[in-house]
Design a protein around this ligand. Structure first.
Ligand code: ADP
Ligand code: MG
Length: 522
């Protein structure tokens, strides 16, 4: 910049003033390149001019006063203007500064130094102004950019908040409908954090167990405390099994604080960490009390129906001893009337009466023990004893007269179960066998032990079950004996009872007869 001459445009109509300026510039050491025009019109509208500064007279032939500055500024906003005014125009000169002129010189008072300084300052100030403006513009752009960024970030944030709200609402809704579904199905879910021994229960479980979160300790021990004492072992075993990776599905009872008992179906499984350690256990509890009660009613109904069917046979069997008793009594009466007291004969007759009465009592006891209200209790039962008792009841009906009963018992067998229900199952199967054989043939009953189970096999020498019917016989109300009073509930109930004992029941049949095989856990 220093080596380059300063390019000045002088706009002045007065030749004297022009010469004055030229002289003043000539006096300095600074290099100048002066261009001179007399009118504003000469420079307006010619496009961009390449000058460092404009010296502008305020009274020109084609412009006057402030107007001159305004026109010049708007035509060439980037070139600094130094106004040259007459003595009387000082006020005007100051206004010119407001309009963007950089400086003013009063004609006749300015010397060479002042002119040069003014020109230099004007240029520098203009440059500083420009720079400031540029910086300001840049800042403004940046602010705008940042603002735009902030606006879009803000919009994104708002969108995210709205999205989250929606998700949360959806979550609330699905949680609410889950709770509603659980309430309707009487099914709750739970989670057990094994390492901290903390248990989470859904609301429905609290409802089923009849307690409040405040009453529940939320630990495994607190949970066991809610379980019927007789079922605790079963639950504990199932949970232990789950710990070694076997999911469970069991029915057990819970005791409510008011002493009421509910039946629940409980399922659970354990999740393990990468080291194979059990971490969490998840599961469900469903209130099946109503279903269980219906089942129990159905079992009782079938039992009473079977009893009804047995009644005529039993009555017939009781009639024989009763007839004997009556005959003995009559004989004794006759002797008394005739005054004949044969002590030995009396003793014999009374012995017979006693024996026959005992027999009758055994029959009624056997029947009564069969109809006793079913109990859910499962305890150790002696399987061979049960089979014998059932055969005895059938015998009391007189149905084994022409049947050869073969027993193949394998030592003493103990299984866990409900005695009344298992007796019912045996009776259902044995009576079906006798029906099929029309009370004549061979009935073989075998018992034994397998790996984890005890088995009972009942075979007959009847006509067998056609293959297409084998699947149907366990359905409720399937019977091929409707005309003879069959109602078709027997095997469906037997199946239900065995499943409820976690056992299984199978049938095999051919033209030589039928075999039912029952498996019960040991
Ligand atoms: N040992 C058997 N031999 C042949 N058919 C059998 C035998 N056991 C059951 N069934 C068939 O299964 C059907 C269903 O038995 P069940 O459920 O006890 O009802 P119900 O005895 O009242 O007919 C019987 O009607 C019969 O057709
Ligand atoms: Mg039957």
């Amino acid at each position: 910049m220093k080596d380059e001459p300063i390019k000045i445009l002088l706009i002045e109509d007065n030749p004297g003033d022009v010469n004055l300026v030229k002289e003043m510039l000539a006096e300095t050491e600074t290099l100048f390149e002066l261009t001179h025009v007399e009118k504003l019109g000469k420079v307006l509208g010619v496009g961009t001019l390449n000058f460092d500064v404009i010296l502008l007279d305020l009274s020109l032939p084609d412009a006057y006063g402030l107007d001159t500055v305004i026109k010049m500024r708007s035509a060439m906003p980037n070139i600094p203007i130094v106004v040259m005014s007459g003595l009387g125009d000082v006020e005007l000169a100051i206004k010119a500064l407001h309009e963007g002129a950089q400086d003013y010189l009063v004609k006749g008072q300015a010397d060479s130094n002042l002119l040069v300084r003014s020109v230099r300052y004007a240029i520098e100030r203009k440059q500083a102004e420009e720079e400031l403006r540029r910086a300001h513009d840049e800042l403004e752009i940046r602010v705008k950019e940042r603002t735009a960024e902030l606006v879009s970030a803000n919009e994104a944030l708002l969108a995210e908040i709205a999205e989250r709200k929606k998700t949360q609402e959806a979550l609330f809704r699905s949680e609410a409908s889950l709770a509603e579904a659980q309430r309707i199905a009487h099914l709750g879910n739970w989670e057990w954090n094994i390492s901290t021994n903390e248990i989470y229960w859904s609301d429905e479980i609290y409802r089923i167990f009849g307690i409040t979160p405040q009453q529940f300790g939320a630990t495994y021990e607190a949970f066991l405390g809610c379980i019927h004492p007789d079922d605790r072992e079963l639950v504990r075993e199932a949970v232990d099994g789950a710990m070694s990776g076997i999911p469970y599905n069991i029915d057990h009872r819970v005791v409510l604080p008011d002493g009421a008992v509910r039946f629940v179906n409980e399922q659970g499984r354990v999740t393990f960490n990468e080291n194979g350690m059990p971490v969490r256990m998840l599961g469900t509890v469903q209130d099946i009390t109503e279903k269980k009660e219906k089942e129990i009613r159905l079992i009782m109904t079938e039992r009473l129906a079977a009893l009804g069917q047995m009644a005529s046979g039993v009555a017939h069997e009781i009639n024989n001893p009763l007839a004997t008793v009556a005959a003995c009594a009559e004989g004794l009466l006759n002797r008394i009337r005739q005054g004949r007291f044969d002590r030995e004969l009396f003793e014999n007759y009374l012995k017979i009466i006693d024996e026959e009465v005992v027999r009758c009592k055994a029959i009624t006891t056997s029947m009564l023990s069969f109809v006793r209200k079913t109990s859910y209790e499962k305890r150790d039962v002696d399987i061979n004893f049960l089979v014998n008792k059932t055969l005895e009841l059938v015998n009391f009906q007189g149905r084994l007269k022409d049947v050869e009963v073969r027993k193949k018992y394998d030592g003493m067998l103990i299984a866990r179960g409900s005695e009344g229900e298992l007796r019912q199952v045996l009776l259902i199967i044995i009576l079906n066998s006798l029906d099929a054989m029309e009370d004549r043939g061979v009935l073989t009953i075998g018992t034994g032990v397998g790996d984890n189970h005890v088995f009972i096999e009942i075979s007959d020498t009847g006509p067998g079950i056609p293959p297409e019917l084998r699947q149907k016989i366990f359905d409720s109300f399937f019977s091929t004996k409707s005309e003879k009073g069959g109602i078709g509930l027997g095997l469906s109930i037997a199946h239900k009872i065995i499943k409820d004992h976690n056992g299984d029941i199978f049938v095999a049949s051919d033209g030589n007869g039928t075999t039912f095989r029952i498996l019960l856990p040991k």
